[in-house]
Design a protein around this ligand. Structure first.
Ligand SMILES: [Zn+2]
Ligand SMILES: [Zn+2]
Length: 347
């Protein structure tokens, strides 16, 4: 029995080699430098195929070293320890001690490598910067322009929903938004979110949703469509005064999910419920800003004398059913120089 490499005659041979010659075969290697991609926009780090948010850099470096070490095939078990020396925030020296075990031989090898953090842009940030979107959410009104407070409410709803969903899925974001054609456009990264928001907004404001798609290109042999969800809000809002055939009405309640609209006939105080489509081309006079205060001169069971706030003439008005007042003045609206009593709403 002798070593085929050096000719020594040891007591034990390992694959026809003495311990010394066999030990030389037990090697560990690592590349001179290992790169870790870090997103310059969101600081996510790439770990394999995934992007990790708020990464623990130490464990990512450790994993990188672990997967970077290659061991000769004779080794049956190995372990390693590593010390990282920061040379600058993007550049670490890694000193590695690897213990290799093969048969009854244990050998330690020392390796060094350099870990370099490379500035890149992660998939999501490059989508954000590349104006990626899957769907457009449009909000329009039948009037000329959405009211400012309505716009703000819609913007808040979209923002809240996207932020909530984004905490669980970074792919969800608002690509861009703009005020256009008296309404709002939101470009969203996720079709499902756009669809859900269109329903929510129409529920809250009593609108109608239509959707359309357009061909945006092809990917992997399939056509890619982009959806547009368009919410059309009714021309009126709760509290608005509207003109119908038999006089002035006030919108009391707009049912959700396409439900009926409850109106009150201002002059008589009679309540009525109407289907939405009947009110689509309705003549909206205005909202709360139409209401004025008038001083009460005298009151009987059916009538009330008030001072016209513009002319200071005393006018006699028939009280709508169930009309009550608090204090010395009442709320009125003036339409074509006619005064009408407005019941103060309970809320
Ligand atoms: Zn030998
Ligand atoms: Zn990023």
């Amino acid at each position: 029995m002798f070593c085929v490499e050096c000719g020594k005659e040891p007591e034990k041979l390992y694959d026809s080699l003495c311990q010394g010659c066999y030990g030389k075969r037990l090697q560990a290697q690592i590349d001179e430098h290992l790169d870790i991609d870090v997103c310059t926009s969101c600081w996510a780090a790439r770990q394999g195929n995934r992007w990790k948010e708020r990464p623990d850099m130490h464990s990512i470096m450790l994993e990188k070293v672990d997967s970077g070490i290659t061991i000769s095939p004779e080794v049956s078990r190995y372990s390693f320890r590593v010390e990282f020396v920061e040379e600058d925030p993007r550049n670490y020296l890694a000193r590695i001690k690897v213990d290799l075990i093969a048969d009854d031989i244990e050998i330690q090898r020392e390796l060094t490598t350099r870990i370099i953090f490379k500035k890149v842009q992660c998939k999501i940030c490059s989508r954000i910067h590349g104006n990626y979107y899957e769907a457009i959410l449009q909000v329009r009104t039948s009037r000329k322009e959405m009211r400012e407070d309505q716009k703000n409410l819609v913007k808040d709803m979209v923002k809240r929903e996207v932020e909530e969903r984004r905490s669980g899925d970074r792919n969800i974001f608002i690509t861009s938004s703009e005020e256009i054609h008296g309404g709002l456009d939101f470009y969203l990264s996720d079709n499902g979110v756009a669809k859900r928001l269109s329903k929510e907004i129409s529920n809250v404001f009593g609108g109608k949703v239509t959707s359309s798609s357009s061909l945006a290109g092809r990917k992997d042999g399939r056509d890619i469509y982009k959806m547009t969800y368009s919410v059309r809000l009714p021309p009126y809002e709760r509290g608005d005064f509207v003109n119908l055939e038999d006089g002035l009405y006030r919108v009391m309640e707009i049912g959700t999910s396409g439900g009926n609209v409850t109106l009150i006939h201002v002059e008589s105080g009679r309540k009525t419920s109407m289907e939405r489509w009947l009110l689509e081309d309705i003549d909206v006079m205005g909202g709360d800003s139409m209401i004025k205060e008038a001083v009460v001169v005298s009151e009987t069971e059916r009538e009330m004398k008030v001072l016209d706030p513009d002319t200071y003439l005393t006018v006699t008005l028939v009280k709508p059913q169930g009309f009550t007042r608090e204090g010395d003045s009442v709320k009125i609206v003036k339409v074509d120089d006619r005064l009408l009593l407005v019941q103060e709403s309970g809320d």
